[in-house]
Design a protein around this ligand. Structure first.
Ligand SMILES: NC(=O)c1ccc[n+]([C@@H]2O[C@H](COP(=O)([O-])OP(=O)(O)OC[C@H]3O[C@@H](n4cnc5c(N)ncnc54)[C@H](OP(=O)(O)O)[C@@H]3O)[C@@H](O)[C@H]2O)c1
Length: 251
C-alpha cells in the first residue's frame, strides 16, 4: 500500500521545513520529486544532494511564487527538463508576517495574497489540465490551524489560509470527476526555520505547550505521512478532506 512508484511530484517550498520532509517522504514512497525553492540557495542545493545521496529520484526548479511571471517561467523550465508531467502537486510554500488588523499595510497584504493564494490559482491552472487528461492526479495544499482559528497577530496570513482552504473545496468538487483529488493538510505548531526565533522564547513556548494536548511541538516529519497517504492510490476516494496534524492544538 501507499506506493508512489511511477508518479511525479512537485513540492513547492521543499528546500527546507515541512516541504522538504514531504518531498523526502514522497520520494521514499517511489515518486520522482521536483524540489522547489524561491531562488537557487544553499538549502535547496543541499537538500537535492542529500536526497540523491540516499538514492532518491529528484530534480529541482526555482521560482518566487509571488511573481506570476516567475511561475510561468518555472513551468517552461519544467518542460525543458522533462518534468512538466506532474501527477502530484503539493502547494506548500507560503510566507507569513505578523500584522494585526490595525497594522494593515496594503503592500504586505498584496504580496502575501499573491504568494499564498494567487499562486495556487495559477499553478492549479498550469498543472491540473495534465492530471485531468490523464484521469489521475493529486493536489495537496498545506493549510494552517490559523485558517479556522486565527491568531490576531497573523490576520492576513490567516485570511490567506482560509481562502486557500476554500479554494481547495471548490477544486475538490470540480476535479473529482476526472480522478483528481484535492485535499488539505493542516499543520499546528511545527518547529521549522519559520518560527525558530519565536520558539526560542522559553516562556512563550511553555505557555504554547500547555495548549497542545500532545504536549510537544510538531516536527516537519509529522506532516509527511499524511501527504504520502493523500498522494497514494489508497486515497482515491478522499476528496475535499482536511487532515489536521496539530497534536490537538486545533481543539
Ligand atoms: N511551521 C509551522 O508551524 C506551520 C504551521 C502551520 C502551517 N504551516 C505551513 O506549512 C508550510 C511550510 O511551512 P514551513 O514552516 O516549513 O516554512 P519555512 O520553513 O518558512 O519554509 C518555507 C519554504 O517556502 C519557500 N518559499 C517562501 N517564500 C517563497 C516564495 N515567495 N516563492 C517560492 N518559495 C517560497 C522557501 O524557499 P527558500 O528556501 O528559497 O526561501 C522554503 O522552501 C507553509 O505553507 C506554512 O504556512 C507551517
Amino acid at each position: 500500500m501507499f506506493s508512489l512508484k511511477g508518479r511525479k511530484a512537485l513540492v513547492t517550498g521543499s528546500s527546507r521545513g515541512i516541504g522538504k520532509a514531504i518531498a523526502f517522504a514522497l520520494a521514499r514512497a517511489g515518486a520522482h520529486v521536483v524540489l522547489h525553492g524561491s531562488k537557487p540557495s544553499e538549502a535547496l542545493v543541499n537538500t537535492l544532494a542529500s536526497a540523491k545521496s540516499e538514492g532518491l529520484s529528484v530534480s529541482m526548479v526555482t521560482a518566487s511564487i509571488s511573481s506570476s511571471d516567475e511561475i510561468n517561467t518555472m513551468k517552461k523550465q519544467l518542460e525543458q527538463q522533462g518534468d512538466a508531467d506532474i501527477d502530484i502537486l503539493v502547494l506548500n510554500a507560503s510566507t507569513q508576517c505578523y500584522m494585526k488588523v490595525h497594522e494593515f499595510d496594503a503592500a504586505v497584504f498584496e504580496d502575501m495574497f499573491k504568494t499564498n493564494l494567487a499562486s495556487s490559482f495559477q499553478m492549479i491552472n498550469l498543472f491540473a489540465p495534465y492530471m485531468k487528461e490523464k484521469g489521475w492526479g493529486r493536489i495537496i495544499s498545506i493549510g494552517s490551524v490559523n485558517q479556522d482559528r486565527p491568531a490576531g497577530r497573523l490576520s492576513v496570513y490567516a485570511a490567506t489560509k482560509a481562502a486557500q482552504k476554500n479554494l481547495m473545496k471548490t477544486c475538490a468538487v470540480d476535479f473529482a470527476p476526472y480522478g483528481v483529488t484535492v485535499n488539505t493538510i493542516t499543520p499546528g505548531v511545527i518547529h521549522t526555520d519559520r518560527n525558530a526565533a519565536t520558539l526560542k522564547n522559553e516562556e512563550f513556548t511553555k505557555q504554547l505547550l500547555e495548549k497542545i494536548p500532545s504536549g510537544r511541538l510538531g516536527s516537519a516529519e509529522d506532516c509527511a505521512g499524511a501527504a504520502v497517504f493523500l498522494a497514494s492510490d489508497e486515497a482515491s476516494y478522499v476528496v475535499g478532506a482536511d487532515i489536521v496534524v496539530a497534536g490537538g492544538f486545533q481543539l
